[in-house]
Design a protein around this ligand. Sequence first.
Ligand SMILES: C[S@@+](CC[C@H](N)C(=O)[O-])C[C@H]1O[C@@H](n2cnc3c(N)ncnc32)[C@H](O)[C@@H]1O
Length: 269
Amino acid sequence: MEALQYSAIRKVKEIVGRIKGMDISGYKDDFVARRIRARIIALGLKTLGEYIRYLQRNPSEADKLLDSLSINVSEFFRDPWVWDVLKDIFKRIIAEKKIKVLRIWSAGCSKGEEPYSISILLHEILGKRISEYSITIYATDIDRDALRSAEKGIYNISSLRNLSKSLLEKYFIKIGPASYMVKPEVKKLVKFKRHDMIKDPPFMFMDAIFCRNVLIYFSRDLQEKVLRKFHMALRTGGILILGASEYAFGDALKMFKPLNTRARIFRKI
Ligand SMILES: C[S@@+](CC[C@H](N)C(=O)[O-])C[C@H]1O[C@@H](n2cnc3c(N)ncnc32)[C@H](O)[C@@H]1O
């Protein structure tokens, strides 16, 4: 967001503040600038000037921007019951595999909580047999700061609240009173990369794609476009996992069959 001028960012804050009757001037300019940039991309706009005009004509955009200010929020095993469902599904996928290769994509991986949860899940399913498999978890995000943090793999205990004590001890090293680092064997399966799911080409031949709590920030057209991309990226029979308030709709329903509707898990037709 180098090109964005801070006065223009302050103008956005002022407009949002006026529409919502609240003061958001305390948010850091750099942080808000990153979020505005994500909204500009999501809306298919090009410049900050266009965005300001869009915001003035569409006051509901203020809500979207406000929501997006907490867009990096994530945690290990988010919605734990979904991961119980996923454990059974991955056991089946692995049992059906003729070649011991697994390719998984965590799109919008934030600070790494999701891809590392996938890695832990696979370690739990496969145990010692994991060394027989070639597993790659591609973990991508547009936010470079989030990716830098993800690569470090250091977390506050608050984002680990869904892990049992035994899982915490098995897969993390305690490095401070409330901070933990993921063990090398968990990191080993995960490849972080900066990638914009809207404009960059998809990864291919995926067994599973996680894209949770990202599409909610996109317009309907853009959601459909991204879902088409994911369809292309998955192998036939591969699965797509969306967030709790997201759904495959419209044309996407011709491409994906719900596998578990409540858990938002779909299978490529
Ligand atoms: C709320 S987090 C979701 C993290 C995790 N998937 C989860 O469900 O907990 C949304 C992430 O999507 C990323 N994101 C937003 N737009 C994106 C895009 N066009 N391409 C890749 N990542 C994007 C944000 O930077 C953020 O890290």
